[in-house]
Ligand binder design. Structure first.
Ligand SMILES: Cc1cc2nc3c(=O)[nH]c(=O)nc-3n(C[C@H](O)[C@H](O)[C@H](O)COP(=O)(O)OP(=O)(O)OC[C@H]3O[C@@H](n4cnc5c(N)ncnc54)[C@H](O)[C@@H]3O)c2cc1C
Length: 296
């Protein structure tokens, strides 16, 4: 059987799929193939059919991605249907495709604290672990116990947090491995307080971030002891437009798509901000957004 027929049995497989609509920035070309396994078992089996030389890219909510205009010449794996979510005592186990907002909601229901920030981050669990997502003083690595990983040979292993070298917006996932699920160890807290904290975080977000326009969250990591937004603003680039993209005039570490922006527009703005901050402030800003098929 062909790869196409094999994967069709284990979920859905489509060819030449536009990716821009699968990212929050709304930028990017097509995927040669997009596979959406029906569940965890199907994904494990699929690994046995996917040739090792096929470029494989796991996509979550696409909220931290800048995808090239030429797209992805490989197999994009959409893990949305690996969305199981269970809480038991102080433990929460979530599948890679679980929306972080849903995970946050589950912690309210169980009176658990530690993942309130997930109510404000528009991604899935797999992307959250891969990026060590965080906000408001919390991050995935603070409460993560272990991650279930799948390698290209179809083997599954559980790895503890200590073995993942997790740092600010960085997780050392073994090369080419996919997050299937993650287990969190959380503390108890009054559900009303947990809910209130999430409300406060959400309203702070909408006051300070350009959430009405497509964007990919923070473009750069904050350098030690400073803020990327402050630096970009201080070199006069707030509001700067190239093509159909601009540095947000609400938050200078956000680039927004005014409609029809190309990857090149966004890359040019990123280069401009990085080079100007380096030249005028001597600070080397490191991108937080993941470049897919493109680079600075
Ligand atoms: C408005 C807005 C606000 C944001 N605020 C924050 C914030 O406060 N804090 C923060 O940390 N981030 C923030 N982000 C960025 C983004 O939401 C996070 O990085 C999020 O964790 C990405 O999850 P995702 O599912 O969208 O991953 P994607 O963007 O789809 O992918 C990100 C990376 O994870 C990899 N990946 C995805 N799934 C898997 C998997 N199952 N196994 C292995 N690798 C995988 C991808 O290949 C890619 O390299 C924000 C983004 C937006 C648009």
């Amino acid at each position: 059987m062909s790869l196409y027929a094999d994967l069709q049995q284990l979920g859905s497989l489509n060819v030449d799929v536009p990716l821009a609509g699968r990212t929050t920035l709304g930028v990017g070309g097509h995927a040669a193939m997009l596979f959406r396994p029906s569940d965890e078992e199907a994904l494990i089996q699929a690994m046995l059919f996917i040739p090792q030389e096929t470029y494989l890219f796991p996509i979550g909510r696409g909220s931290n991605l800048l995808i090239a205009d030429k797209g992805i010449d490989g197999l994009v794996v959409d893990l949305s249907d690996l969305n199981t979510l269970e809480t038991k005592d102080h433990t929460l186990v979530a599948g890679a495709g679980s929306r972080m907002s849903k995970i946050a909601q589950a912690t309210v229901g169980s009176g658990l604290t530690g993942l309130e920030f997930m109510a404000t981050v528009p991604g899935d669990l797999g992307g959250g672990v891969a990026m060590n997502a965080g906000a408001f003083g919390q991050q995935v690595s603070d409460v993560l116990q272990s991650v279930k990983l799948l390698n290209r040979n179809g083997q599954v292993q559980t790895v503890s947090r200590e073995d993942l070298d997790m740092r600010y917006r960085y997780t050392a996932l073994p090369q080419g491995e996919l997050v299937l699920s993650a287990t969190f160890e959380l503390a108890e807290k009054d559900a009303k307080e947990v809910k209130q904290t999430m409300r406060d975080m959400r309203s702070k977000r909408s006051e300070t971030q350009p959430l009405n326009l497509p964007n990919c969250g923070s473009v750069f990591k904050n350098p030690e002891g400073d803020f990327a937004a402050r630096l970009i603003e201080s070199v006069g680039l707030k509001g700067k437009q190239i093509g159909k993209a601009n540095i947000s005039d609400k938050h200078a570490n956000f680039i927004v798509n005014q409609g029809g922006a190309s990857c090149l527009d966004v890359l040019d703005l990123i280069r401009l901000a990085k080079d100007t901050v380096k030249a005028e402030k001597g600070v080397d800003l490191e991108p937080e957004v993941k470049f897919v098929g493109c680079s600075l």
